[in-house]
Ligand binder design. Structure first.
Ligand SMILES: [Zn+2]
Length: 199
């Protein structure tokens, strides 16, 4: 009998240890691609920096799930360099980084949502999967589904977490621009991105 208790005494801590809780929160970084003196693409009075900044703030404002920690980067004028943002990302070690941008083309007919991933990112395959699904989530009738492209953007290749640069539409396309600059369009995009992140 004593031996049995001894055995239980040895096994119990092992048993408890094997039920270690999972990481309690998923950490997601939303990077508002541009900030400070970096305005990104500009067409008339539409600034990429302002549009992606507004959308990232809307994502944060709509965010409710307690098991997901959303961290915004690039909105303040103090953390604007890509190097500084990469350092912050690697310190946070998030589950996913979504960097928000807009596209621009000399061909005004070009439109839609596209994304970039880096083959040099240690989580390339995972990033690729997220990119495809994020495009599907955000695209709609007037904002057609674009492609996932490869580019070794500094933020994507230097981040040690899965990362996607998501381009939410073409600022050079009139219909895309009108949607992206409208409060309603920005809200819809923010809600859609959040829906994906909550999955
Ligand atoms: Zn950009």
């Amino acid at each position: 009998m004593k031996k049995l208790f001894l055995l239980l005494g040895l096994l119990l801590p092992l048993l408890i240890m094997s039920f270690k809780p999972l990481k309690d929160k998923k950490v997601i970084v939303i990077d508002a691609g541009h900030g400070g003196k970096d305005f990104g693409y500009i067409i008339g009075n539409a600034y990429e920096k302002e549009i992606v900044g507004n959308i990232s703030k809307k994502i944060k404002a709509l965010h409710q799930k307690e098991n997901i920690e959303l961290i915004l980067l690039g909105n303040s004028d103090t953390l604007t360099s890509v190097e500084a943002r990469v350092a912050k990302i690697n310190q946070l070690q998030p589950d996913l980084v979504v960097s928000l941008h807009l596209s621009f083309s000399d061909n005004k007919a070009d439109s839609g949502v596209q994304a970039f991933v880096s083959e040099q990112n240690p989580h390339y395959t995972q990033s690729l999967a997220h990119a495809g699904k994020l495009i599907q989530t955000v695209a709609k009738k007037d904002l057609k589904t674009g492609q996932v492209k490869k580019a070794n953007l500094l933020l994507l290749k230097e981040s040690q977490s899965p990362g996607v640069s998501l381009e939410l539409g073409f600022l050079s396309n009139e219909a895309n621009k009108n949607y992206l600059t409208s409060d309603n369009g920005q809200k819809i995009i923010a809600k859609k991105i959040l829906t994906y992140l909550n999955k």
